[in-house]
Design a protein around this ligand. Structure first.
Ligand SMILES: [Zn+2]
Length: 98
């Protein structure tokens, strides 16, 4: 298991998810083979791709090879948080699962 996306939304989905090529990001806080799944948040001017989620705990961007949707659960390796994606004001936010 290397992709941070752990559980896809269980309900029927209308559109198939897009797939993404992940490139090396230079993120060095996780072992080399996991690096492409994370990147640093570059601040307020930064934008998240459809396959990205911002970890609210450590402010690292989590990246999946698949498009992310509300209800998905992802794992943040740098801070070991399990997160669930929720939609708020049309934006996808990651919330910690306690
Ligand atoms: Zn984190």
């Amino acid at each position: 298991m290397t992709d941070p996306l752990e559980t896809e939304r269980p309900v029927q989905e209308r559109k198939p998810r897009r797939s993404f090529e992940l490139e090396e990001t230079g993120f060095n806080e996780v072992p080399k083979r996991f690096r492409k799944f994370y990147r640093r948040w570059r601040g307020p001017g930064d934008t998240l791709g459809p396959n990205e989620a911002l970890c609210p705990v450590c402010k690292v961007v989590i990246r999946s090879v698949k498009e992310l949707r509300a209800g998905d659960r992802v794992y943040c390796m740098p801070c070991m948080s399990r997160l669930e994606l929720v939609e708020e004001d049309g934006m996808l936010l990651a919330k910690v699962i306690y």
